[in-house]
Design a protein around this ligand. Sequence first.
Ligand code: 1Q0
Length: 215
Amino acid sequence: EPAAEEQRFSLREVLDTFRSCLSENREVLVADYVAGWRGLVRFLNSLGSVFSFISKDATNKIQILDNFLQSENRVHYASVQSMVQFELENELVDLTKRGKFPESGCRTLLRLHRALRWLELFLERLRTSGEDGKTSAMCSEAYNESLAQHHPWIVRTAAGVAFCALPGRATFFEVMNAGAPDQVVAMLGDALPLISEVYQVVEDVYAHNDLLQLP
Ligand code: 1Q0
């Protein structure tokens, strides 16, 4: 039935939203960025409840950005570039320590941005892995190279436990719902440059404005 079909994760759909994220003038569109994440969270939820502490946090951050997209300031939140400019000009960001703006668009999107680097590293490992590749190892390596550096010990520990519950490569590919393993691998090959480009554009915007360490 269509309703169930809509809920089903499809790798292609998620990749398409990340593709539509980048406008011609290299602006990153927040609505599409958030839609991409919503798709990933749906995927994560379909892997089981061990991951719900992760998906809850991601959902919360998606919701914060969604609220901006529906607020009276929504025009300023159309792209990452305009969001950064708007929040900085109007002093809506806690720059050095948490204070009046614990849920600024800038700091919220930064958390997802860091997670996108994890995704990039993980998917690259998945893409180049052999049939007997261990997803949990790929996942924790990718995590240690990226997000872990921003997480306290307790979160790193919980994440490590969750990674152990990841299904094997074959199941993982099935859940991606994108055809036979070689088709999934091909699709990942198409998708990764795109994900890294989105990552790099956001990274540059944040670096340029000295926002990479927002509390
Ligand atoms: C497949 C396994 C998924 C593993 C995801 C790796 C990330 C682990 C992160 C664990 C920490 C989550 C708990 C909360 C942490 C927050 O403290 C932290 C910082 O925020 P704040 O407000 O406290 O400063 N939050 C984050 O760092 C954001 C983490 C967001 C993670 C979103 C993960 C979404 C996962 C998607 C699954 C994709 C599977 C790949 C296959 C899809 C193919 C395209």
